[in-house]
Design a protein around this ligand. Structure first.
Ligand SMILES: C=C(O[C@@H]1C=C(C(=O)O)C=C[C@H]1O)C(=O)O
Length: 356
């Protein structure tokens, strides 16, 4: 067998040498881009450009590599090139191993400086204060719905949404010893407990459930305490030396979470974008319908509509609306101009590329 492998491995070695050379040629150009940007203090991270590069490689990819694997490779290439310009710092909900961390890597690649925060509030604060260039916060889960705290903070923040990330969420039940013997508590973030509720009721109805600050925190607790089982992603489990007792216990196999990238950057159009807004209207019959009419009139599709109580005690609501297109597209700009005129409150949260 080795006789047959040897020439093939020589071919791979020769190709690797070419790839390495090309990667470093690309990196040198990125360094030049960095110098040009430094002259005008222009932003290092350009989500619309990165989205275009990633879409482009998947479209041109002839195979046999699969498109999403090629995107993963190019995401890391761009991340490493970008870090030569400057290593971008990103605040997110820690500890290490959370789904937020996975979302950060999915958007920025691994060549980032992560700033771990203890709460969603702190992610906003760190980004607003400029300690971090960007923040990543969960917005909604396909099983459990909206992350209300994020929506409330988006209402007040001076930051814009500059990108979105969607990742599959698979939960596993994990313990230090790999069995449930002696386990008296199952710990996880409240969202994770809710996403695994039916499974837990069926398999471990007798064991207490405890909501903790994050799944990563649950994994850390399980690594310290042999009576605790954690529900978390397997990456968190690996970080804390846990073993999987049951994998993929979330009630919905297609469970996903969407995250928003928040920052001071107003993202330019990428060609496939979305705009997020918050609106409110006076509490009158037909007001919501009237408020939204300009969207239909200008042929702008609404992809999400969510309401949150305005906490005035008067049954007033803020409406969180996502529409297709970028604020710099004429029909979007016209529709929003009209919308603004009928709204008691109007705020554009940001225009950004659709998640891959
Ligand atoms: C090189 C650039 O800077 C960053 C790195 C990119 C890349 O490696 O392709 C793309 C966009 C930017 O986030 C650029 O702006 O073109």
């Amino acid at each position: 067998m080795d006789n047959k492998l040897k020439p093939l491995r020589e071919q791979i070695d020769a190709i690797d040498a070419q790839i390495l050379d090309l990667l470093n040629r690309r990196a040198r150009v990125a360094e030049e881009v960095g110098h040009v940007k430094a002259e005008t203090n222009a932003p290092v991270f350009r989500p619309e450009r990165e989205a275009q590069v990633l879409r482009g490689v998947a479209e041109r990819n002839p195979g046999p590599l699969n498109g999403s694997d090629v995107q993963t490779i190019f995401r890391e290439i761009m991340s490493a090139c970008r870090a030569l310009e400057r290593r971008v710092s990103v605040a997110y909900l820690g500890p290490a191993g959370t789904f937020s961390e996975q979302a950060v890597y999915q958007q920025f690649g691994h060549a980032v400086a992560g700033e771990l925060c203890v709460s969603i509030d702190e992610v906003f604060r760190a980004t607003e204060a400029g300690t971090a260039d960007f923040g990543v916060v969960p917005i909604e889960n396909s099983t459990e719905g909206t992350i209300n705290r994020t929506l409330d903070l988006l209402l007040q923040t001076s930051l814009a949404i500059s990108g979105e990330i969607s990742i599959p969420i698979h939960h596993s039940l994990m313990t230090k010893g790999g069995s449930m013997a002696g386990i008296t508590r199952i710990c996880a973030h409240s969202q994770a407990l809710a996403q695994c509720q039916a499974w837990l009721n069926q398999h471990f109805p007798q064991i207490d459930r405890q909501a903790v600050a994050s799944n990563g925190e649950a994994a850390r607790m399980a690594s310290d305490d042999p009576t605790v089982a954690a529900i978390a992603g397997e990456i968190a489990g690996e970080k804390y030396g846990l073993q999987v007792v049951h994998a993929h216990i979330q009630d919905d196999p297609h469970n996903r979470t969407r995250f928003a990238v928040i920052g001071r950057l107003q993202t330019a159009p990428s060609g496939r974008d979305q705009t997020s807004l918050v609106l409110s209207v006076p509490n009158q019959p037909g007001a919501v319908h009237r408020m939204l009419a300009p969207l239909a009139a200008h042929g702008v599709s609404m992809t999400r509509f969510e309401s949150r109580p305005a906490r005035t005690g008067a049954w007033e609501y803020y409406f969180y609306v996502d529409i297709e297109g970028h604020l710099q597209e004429e029909k979007v700009a016209c529709a929003l101009d009209e919308l603004k005129r009928n709204a008691a409150f109007f705020k554009v949260l940001g225009s950004y590329p659709l998640a891959l």
